[in-house]
Design a binder for this molecule. Structure first.
Ligand code: NAD
Ligand code: ZN
Ligand code: ZN
Length: 374
């Protein structure tokens, strides 16, 4: 029997409050309104950004359904939806592409004005499509994928090749694309260059893959957790270091290692201290540093402007600079053509209901990416 037009009851991982575990609940998911799409989720990765919500480092309204790195199948569509149909395999997009705002129209832009990076938690009409135990449950970054069914706006969904394995290409919905694009599109890493990557989680490893694809000849991975080094070397790092191994500032250690010639640095941790360390570590004149880690909300950072005065470039990017609806299907095609390998990023696969276990693996530093299967 078709579920189109009806409320769907299904299981979701609800966060009732910050700093609490996920609670698997039965929720109601309303049918999609005009220009909206209801998606059955097949697989969803666990990204550190989801944890930022739990820890209140990123704004969100509670109760909330987080998760933003997923693959699914369109279950039904609202009025006026033209670009996807029921049965299509899709990736929900935490970064929309409305096609009309200044960022969408500019060839260099990608942060669409319709993005919800400030935690509004509602769809375009100001309401949510989720309820649980009679209470309104909020959306997260236009996606909310830790649920069997979700509703997103049409501008937040990319149709992908039907042949794509859902439990792998979900990573193209965030972690992989963010890191890979940070190197290829935002940093514009050049052949023969020297790069340093701070933070060797799923996103940092994807930065390394991007640096390697761009032809960097030296790629230095930096992490406090040395267990992360092995994987970093496999995906393309030429050497790895821990800031704990020297009493000197990491910028000095890198300058000594490279004869003061680090061209590009990437901050992929999400801490002010590493943002400044990464900036100071690229060449004082022609170096470029890219902020990829999500900055803690409501905190200001002070820095010595001399770091920029001498010529460094300091940039940031959301979703690796990719235009989401245009580029996600192309990245899936590139994956199917074996242009990059996502297997290296996937360390654990768990049934959706073991989501709390998945987060424990992130906290203990054991996982790169855990994929939840529905
Ligand atoms: N810009 C975007 O669009 C975007 C998208 C996805 C994720 N992010 C952000 O990217 C960051 C990384 O995400 P992830 O999923 O790879 O996280 P992760 O937690 O898996 O990886 C972070 C790594 O940093 C290491 N680390 C912690 N403190 C460190 C320090 N002081 N020096 C060096 N290394 C340190 C940890 O050991 C870990 O290996 C997060 O802040 C996340 O929110 C941003
Ligand atoms: Zn993410
Ligand atoms: Zn737009």
């Amino acid at each position: 029997m078709s579920t189109a037009g009806k409320v769907i009851k299904c299981k979701a991982a609800v966060l009732w409050e910050p700093n609490t575990p996920f609670s698997i609940e039965e929720i109601e998911v309303s049918p999609p309104k005009a220009k909206e799409v209801r998606i059955k989720i097949l697989a969803s990765g666990i990204c550190r950004t989801d944890d930022h919500v739990i820890k209140k480092a990123m704004a969100a309204k509670f109760p909330v359904i987080v998760g933003h790195e997923a693959t699914g199948v369109v279950e039904s569509i609202g009025e006026g939806v033209q670009t996807v149909k029921p049965g299509d395999k899709v990736i929900p997009l935490f970064l929309p592409q409305c096609g009309e705002c200044a960022a969408c129209r500019n060839p260099q832009g990608n942060v669409c004005i319709r993005s919800d990076l400030t935690g509004l938690g509602v769809l375009a009409d100001g309401t949510t499509r989720f309820t649980c135990k009679g209470k309104t449950v909020y959306h997260f970054m236009n996606t909310s994928t830790f649920t069997e069914y979700t509703v997103v706006e049409e501008i937040c969904v990319a149709k992908i090749d039907d042949a794509a394995p859902p439990e792998k290409v979900c990573l193209i919905g965030c972690g992989f694309s963010t890191g890979y694009g940070a190197a290829m599109k935002t940093g514009k890493v050049t052949p023969g260059s020297t790069c340093a990557v701070f933070g060797l989680g799923g996103v940092g490893l994807s930065v390394i893959m991007g640096c390697k694809s761009a032809g960097a000849s030296r790629i230095i991975g930096i992490d406090l957790n040395k267990d992360k080094f092995e994987k970093a070397l496999v995906v393309g790092a030429t050497e790895c270091i821990s800031p704990k191994d020297s009493a000197k500032p990491i910028s000095e250690v890198l300058a000594e290692m490279t004869g003061n010639s680090v061209d590009y640095t990437f901050e992929v941790v999400g801490r002010h201290e590493t943002m400044i360390d990464a900036l100071a570590s690229c060449h004082m004149n022609y170096g470029t540093s890219v902020v990829v880690g999500a900055p803690p909300t409501a905190k200001l950072l002070s820095y010595d402007p001399m770091l920029l005065f001498t010529g460094r470039t300091w940039k940031g990017c959301v979703f690796g600079g990719w235009k989401s609806r245009d580029d996600v299907p192309k990245l899936v095609t590139d994956f199917l053509a074996k242009k990059f390998d996502l297997d290296q990023l996937i360390t654990h696969v768990l049934p959706f209901k073991k989501i709390n276990e998945g987060f424990e693996l992130l906290y203990s530093g054991q996982s790169i990416r855990t994929i939840l299967i529905f």
